[in-house]
Design a protein around this ligand. Sequence first.
Ligand code: PLP
Length: 362
Amino acid sequence: MANKITPQPGILDIAVYKGGQSHLDGVSDVLKLSSNENPAGPGEKARAAFVRVADQLHRYPSTDHGALRAAIAEMHDLDADRIICGVGSDEILAFLCQAYAGPGDEVLYTEHGFGMYRIYASSVGATPVEVGETDRRIDVDKLLAACTARTRLVFIANPANPTGTMIDRAAMARLADGLPEQAILVLDGAYAEFADGYDGGAALVEARENVVMTRTFSKLYGLGGLRVGWGYGPHEIIDVLNRIKGPFNLSSPALETALAAVKDVAHVEKCRSDNARMREWLRSALAKHGVASDPSYANFILAEFGSKSEAEACDDFLKTQGIIVRRVAGYKLPRFLRITVGDEAGCRRVAHAIGKFKEGAK
Ligand SMILES: *Cc1c(COP(=O)(O)O)cnc(C)c1O
């Protein structure tokens, strides 16, 4: 059959996203520190809600997610009418591309930015534009200089993944103020809760017409497997996104479990403080073994090695010890490994193994 069946422009440019590895052949006690998952998982209340929904699985779920939006709004002091829930925050990023970018449009993201920005931009035929960073930090001047009359979306994660670095409030505001008038600033707040005192950009959303914030239940809330995220933005933009959202995008287990999770403040606070404590512990333990890292504002550390081959050798060694971390050469960081902050035992185990690797290398 002659090939007249072809996908839309841009689709074949997409390299399929690779998630963090989760298995090692022949190893039973695997420590997975490759996908920034919460080592504690969801709290008891969320687990109980998930089990309870089993009795209601013949019912279609809510289409407007009213109860979950109300709970999120209460928790974060936001306007529930301007929240939209999605299948992970990924879906909100996809909606933004579908709604606001197409062939001829440019979608900006940064040098070490999250891989999905490029994928979603390409999937709608828009042109992904990668903008340089400075010392693994988002550079507002470079982003503003890269804007053109065709720029429609600017994606930044704050704190960023895989670097763990952050830009401050003033820098975010300067970016929002300096964008061309047809462009939206998307603040991906997947790790916002891990940064002490940071609102994820909510205040900036309130103060501007051109800023959208995305958040997720996948990281701090320990619900990566459930797939729930949300976005917050101006009325006009959220209205547009709601028009393209499938009516039943979130399942009832997803809605009920996320609702219980958001209300379980005690569990969330414990996870947040455990992460902060172990993050600092891991950073200084690695430093003692001669492995530096930038201060991280997220739930992972970007460990720096002397060369690409050293980073790879360390990764290979960790695998022999049953530990999976993330190579980030695909994010233009070949000398680095990204290591999720695990529980105390996990942090000790990975630090010990890296120490052993460094000793062996001497
Ligand atoms: C994990 C992550 C997400 C969130 O993904 P979900 O679809 O909500 O699971 C978004 N952005 C970044 C930068 C991430 O690392």
